[in-house]
Write a new protein. Structure first.
Lengths: 206, 206
DNA sequence: CGAGACCGTCGACACAGTGTTGATTTTTCT
DNA sequence: AGAAAAATCAACACTGTGTCGACGGTCTCG
């Protein structure tokens, strides 16, 4: 990996030809994932579509797996930016839950394909798994915080806020995973179901 | 595929040498999965360990994917037999939930590896995905039935029993998936958490 | 200007794994 | 025993991967 320090100050926008190619490859990869499964994709498919030779691709990424990691990392970054200031909690638990679920639905609506691919590859590509686990952990913390504010005891153990939050997180993950593979309407349904479930687990009944 | 009509009448127990080989291959496959990931396994690994040539393996299964399907189908069959008469409901909802969760935990304790592999391959191997979906559907029906008996409205829609049952099913799947990859104690914790969550969603508070 | 130093590119190769073929041996049935 | 069916495997063709080394472009500094 060329280690291109993306976030750092670096005389404004000097996108070297190589940087552009790298971006192009990731873009092509994402496009192709809409058509073929990741497993079915070959390095050739990607290189060809990106307009370079297979061997050249290896200059940028040492495998298609690494490319996927880079692409997914970018997506996760986007996700995280969009959820900035989400953990800040001016709202009542009931509202916090509703907006959290809706935001999650929006993320799945926009990035569902990418997230499904990442989840599918989580066990095959450790870096992807780690990235996803880390993202989930952040989400779990947020869920637990809301639950505590709703009155759920914060202690450890199988019925403490953290354990319940973990269960809720995985329920949301899986429910949206399936819904996003289905239809946009299914996503709305999934969101509503998740909202209801989360409310009940938090001990809030309308 | 040799099409060995397994269920059919066929003079009692004539386990031809070929049948035994077939079993042996599946046994070896399961053993190897404890050591290597399914993706990392080669047809050679399996054939060698089973004591035949790679080419001969293709006589029994036309790919390692097909072998996995057969192995998983066998596991699902076992699972289903063990859960016979589970949908019959002499118990009160509260008890039905406790025993259902405990039974599920026991299944994961014994077959966790196989189930994790199957879930991992669900999107890559359609037959495995279909098998798992069908199993989940049966489970969802059972959950929904218990919920209805507990007083949850049976109507369709995002807060009807069926939608909630589906959410609960996926929560259980994912929670046990992670727990079973962790430790036996984690499975016990997971079971208790799932029980509590299910109770609350069903509107039953102790 | 010209000599190095990178950056980027790619043809060509070695290799690993897959799936098939056809000839051959072994098992099974009558 | 002998024919039919079941099972075996060496050898081959093919696909995809990752690496190597040689080549051309461009930027820099003496």
């Amino acid at each position: 990996m060329p280690d291109r320090v993306k976030g750092s100050r670096r005389r404004s926008a000097a996108p070297s030809k190589g940087d552009l190619r790298e971006l192009k490859i990731l873009e092509v990869l994402e496009d192709l994932l809409a058509v073929k499964s990741f497993d079915a994709l070959t390095t050739n498919d990607i290189a060809e579509r990106a307009g370079l030779s297979r061997a050249s691709m290896y200059f940028y990424f040492s495998s298609k797996q690494e490319a996927l990691v880079a692409l997914f990392a970018k997506t996760v970054e986007t996700l995280r930016e969009k959820s900035r200031a989400a953990a800040d909690d001016p709202a009542a638990p009931r509202d916090a839950i509703a907006t959290a679920v809706n935001r999650t639905r929006d993320r799945w609506r926009e990035h569902g394909l990418m997230m499904r691919v990442a989840i599918d590859q989580s066990s095959a590509i450790p870096e992807v798994g780690a990235l996803w686990t880390k993202t989930a952990d952040i989400f779990i913390d947020a869920i637990a915080a809301i639950m505590v504010r709703a009155g759920v005891p914060a202690h450890e153990g199988p019925d403490g806020a953290r354990a319940l939050a973990r269960a809720v997180c995985w329920m949301i993950e899986r429910t949206f995973y399936h819904a996003s593979a289905d239809s946009p309407e299914a996503l709305d349904q999934a969101a509503e179901t998740c909202r209801v479930v989360w409310l009940r687990i938090a001990g809030l009944e309308p």
